[in-house]
Design a protein around this ligand. Structure first.
Ligand code: A2P
Length: 269
């Protein structure tokens, strides 16, 4: 008899979030860390998408949106997070260590995907802070290099140490035999700081307006005919960068209506 009574708890669990093992954790600064999780069999996503992740707190799942920083082919799932002071999730999540369990929702989604952009020649990826995460995924996806001749990824942070995650990522790509063959000389990285001395300084909006982004990289100015863009950062950064793209003649795209650029807010708390 027991065998044919549906087990409600088991059914609910199978529709709820996955419970994935933490494989590694790296603390980059006092405010930033990244970690990897075991990828569930059958968990599929497009590079650039986000998913809900979190922890069980007082018996209930506490989940927040996080961009997947690893590419869609990777066996592990990587995430890049800030530590929000007194943040309900991040104050706990920053304490995870390998072997712990993290909750992962089943349905990745998002607009920072190649499908939401029309074909083009150059792809600009503009990020601030943890907004680099989805681009860490996109720049390691072979499809990006099949679709575009040049990929320019920018990362702006307040301090030099906050750039470490993206600088390390680019170095890893350059030193990896397979990834460096994939990117060839198509991948261009531009990092800048706003509150500490560094080789490039200034907000991305300023560097777009005064043309320094293009002159220092020796590339042509924005052109909506050939260029596509993705933006990921704080709400204000997105809105200001978006305004500049709109003035330059770019149209916002979506999954169901691909166009010239797409936006998504970086995870904040
Ligand atoms: P700034 O130091 O001039 O505020 P935050 O840590 O506040 O999210 O900021 C991350 C980076 O984004 C900082 O370098 C910050 O520059 C920059 N930033 C903040 N607001 C904007 C904006 N409206 N447009 C472009 N960049 C911005």
């Amino acid at each position: 008899m027991d065998a044919i009574v549906p087990n409600k708890a088991a059914t609910a669990r199978s529709n709820g979030p996955y419970r994935q093992e933490v494989l590694s954790v790296k603390h980059w600064t006092e405010d930033l860390f990244s970690f990897t999780l075991n990828r569930p069999a059958g968990f599929r996503f497009r590079s650039g998408e986000f998913v809900m992740i979190g922890l069980e707190v007082n018996g209930k799942p506490l989940l927040r949106a996080y961009s997947v920083a690893s590419p869609s082919w990777d066996e592990e799932l990587e995430f890049f997070s800030i530590k929000v002071p007194n943040g309900p999730l991040t104050s706990r999540l920053q304490q995870i260590t390998p072997g712990d369990e993290v909750l992962l929702s089943r349905k990745p989604t998002g607009t920072l995907v190649l499908d939401a952009l029309l074909p083009g020649k150059r792809l600009f990826l503009f990020s601030t802070g943890t907004g680099f995460a989805p681009f860490a995924s996109v720049i390691r996806d072979p499809e990006t290099y099949e679709k575009f001749d040049q990929i320019i990824v920018t990362h702006t942070c307040r301090t030099v140490a906050e750039l470490d995650y993206s600088r390390d990522m680019i170095r890893t790509i350059q030193e990896d035999e397979i990834l460096s063959e994939l990117t060839g000389d198509k991948l261009v990285y531009f990092a800048s700081t706003t509150r500490e001395e560094f080789s490039n300084m200034g907000r991305i909006t300023t560097l777009l307006e005064n043309g320094k982004l293009f002159s220092s990289l020796g590339i042509a100015d924005l052109n909506p005919e050939t260029d596509r863009a993705m933006i990921c950062g704080s709400t204000v950064m997105i809105s200001d960068t978006k305004d500049l793209l709109e003035i330059a003649g770019f149209t916002e795209g979506a999954n169901n209506k691909p166009a010239d650029y797409v936006i998504e807010k970086a995870f904040v708390g």
